[in-house]
Design a protein around this ligand. Structure first.
Ligand code: XMP
Length: 504
């Protein structure tokens, strides 16, 4: 196992993910982790983070961590804190954001099989200004002379850039070099092992108890339930809360899928309750909170009846970082993601989170291995608060219906042109403005809809998709022709960052 120590970077989890792609299990720990908890670690990676080590007070690992004999690689802030520990001076030199040309010197196992000038991705304000004793400089950029260091005898390595992000050309190979050439870690991480181990683990923990699950219609909660169903059979009770903010036909599709898999599912129709509570509410965070709370209340009332001891959740590894400030609590919160957080304490339930260590693409592969049909596994992610955060401003039943119809057209067209798999997520957003149009010689004054199609690997960053104009034209024509309430369609050409994927 390789331990990734988190200083609050938005990309910490990508480091773990890339390590796993090399067949080695990686787990994320907070920066204040006790060395005792790292006994299984064959190597350590220190992540980047939003803090500055140039301050008098800055997050540091416990000092015993530096005495461990395993190799350590510091990335960005992790690099700076490693250099500082070994005696370097840090300074606020030139800020660097985005791509930079890296010049590699000498021979480092970290840069094996990599060209000596390669594009890397930088995101820093501070930099390492002097080389710690016993270290060599192994890379630089035009802005910073010390962009990479190593001490072969101490097995310590540091790099200022982020090898975990897609835009660092040789990033995956650099991580692989650390895993294979430096740590020489055991390669025993595979998803088939994971399924067997997880079913046994669920049986051992909750085999004789009742477990409840909230099904959202998404891949995560469904895969978690199928896995738990194999371990628990009839002791698993699934609830599907219809909050009235679902995609067109979603409820019917979910019921059909789960009953086909032999899983008990109770549908709780609460459309009126949710729409009533959302009446007139415009603020995105307030909407998210109302939906989250009502979901919990609805779920709680029904789950109580079956006297459950455990709550099954489809929490993924990335959910930890985006919602709660990350493993270390240092990451900056972007949005309150909707999940059933709050329930376990309220209902005295213990949590079962079989997918907590997994990334989305790993969950999809597990779903496939568990026999879920492809169209279901490949569905675009759908947020817990549903169409509620795709209707900008106040939500009402009429707007939901309009958006459901527009969204269904988008999905049909993406499938028709066989382009739905080219995008990570595609959806329509209903805007709270109207614009003037002309149809059949008549003036119209109707709503504007935005089409959002993004490419992403994990949803942490995203790029707007350059869909052929012909497809966009068909989508726009169908939406404006078939939905009387929409007379204008615009295309969102914002990436993440600076936008987020959802508009609210
Ligand atoms: P953002 O908008 O934060 O979205 O760039 C990143 C990914 O997360 C999904 N998303 C959510 N998923 N509950 C969820 O289960 C939520 O509250 C939520 N908000 C956003 C979003 O659709 C995208 O895939």
């Amino acid at each position: 196992m390789i331990a990734v120590i988190d200083f609050g970077s938005q990309t910490t989890q990508l480091i773990a993910r890339k390590i796993r792609e090399w067949g080695v299990f990686a787990e994320i720990f907070p920066f204040h982790v006790h060395p005792e908890d790292l006994k299984d670690a064959q190597g350590i990676v220190l992540s980047g983070g939003p803090e500055s080590a140039v301050q008098t007070q800055y997050p540091q690992v416990r000092k015993e961590i530096w005495d461990l004999s395993v190799p350590i690689l510091g990335i960005c802030y992790g690099f700076q804190s490693l250099a500082l520990h070994y005696g370097a001076v840090l300074g606020k030199s030139k800020r660097e954001y985005g791509s930079a040309k890296l010049k590699i010197f000498g021979s480092s196992p970290l840069f094996a099989d990599i060209r000596d000038d390669t594009v890397v991705w930088m995101s820093h304000e501070d930099s390492v200004e002097t080389l710690p004793e016993g270290f060599d400089t192994i890379a630089s950029t035009a802005s910073i002379p010390i962009a990479g260091i190593q001490s072969l005898s101490r097995k310590r390595y540091g790099i200022q850039f982020h090898p975990e992000v897609f835009h660092t050309e040789a990033g995956f190979q650099i991580i692989g070099n650390f895993v294979e050439k430096i740590v020489k870690a055991d390669k025993d991480w595979s998803l088939s092992n994971f399924i067997e181990m997880e079913i046994e683990r669920i049986k051992a923990i909750a085999g004789k108890d009742t477990v409840v699950a909230g099904i959202s219609g998404g891949v995560d909660s469904t895969v978690a339930s199928v896995l738990a169903h194999q371990a628990l059979g009839k002791n698993l009770h699934c609830f599907f809360v219809d909050h009235g903010l679902l995609r067109k036909n979603e409820r019917e599709e979910v019921v059909e899928l789960l009953s086909g898999l032999g899983i008990q599912l109770e549908v709780l129709d609460r459309k009126a309750l949710f729409l009533d509570a959302l009446k007139g509410v415009e603020d995105p965070e307030e909407k998210r909170k109302i939906i989250g709370k009502l979901f919990i209340d609805t779920f709680e009332a029904s789950a109580k009846k079956v006297q459950a001891k455990f709550l099954l959740q489809g929490t993924l590894y990335p959910d930890v970082i985006e919602s709660s400030g990350g493993v270390s609590g240092l990451a900056v919160k972007i949005k309150s993601h909707h999940n059933v957080g709050g329930l376990p304490e309220k209902m005295n339930l213990k949590l079962l989170e079989p997918l907590k260590m997994l990334f989305k693409d790993e969950v999809r592969l597990i779903g496939k291995k568990l026999g879920l049909p492809d169209p279901f596994i490949l569905r675009h992610p759908f947020p817990g608060p549903g169409l509620g955060i795709r209707i900008i401003g106040a939500v009402d039943g009429k707007k939901v219906e309009v958006l459901q119809n527009a969204d269904a057209i988008l999905r049909e067209e993406l499938a028709k042109y066989d382009v739905d798999h080219q995008v990570w997520q595609g959806f329509v957003v209903l805007l709270p403005i109207r614009s003037v149009g002309v149809m059949g010689d008549q003036r119209t004054y109707q709503c504007v809809a935005a089409v959002r199609l993004v490419e992403a690997v994990d949803g942490m960053t995203a790029r707007w998709h350059k869909m052929p104009h012909e497809v966009l034209e068909h989508i726009s024509n169908r939406i404006t022709n078939e939905i009387i309430e929409i007379n204008r369609v615009v295309y969102d050409i914002t990436s993440k960052p600076p936008g987020t994927i959802e508009w609210e």
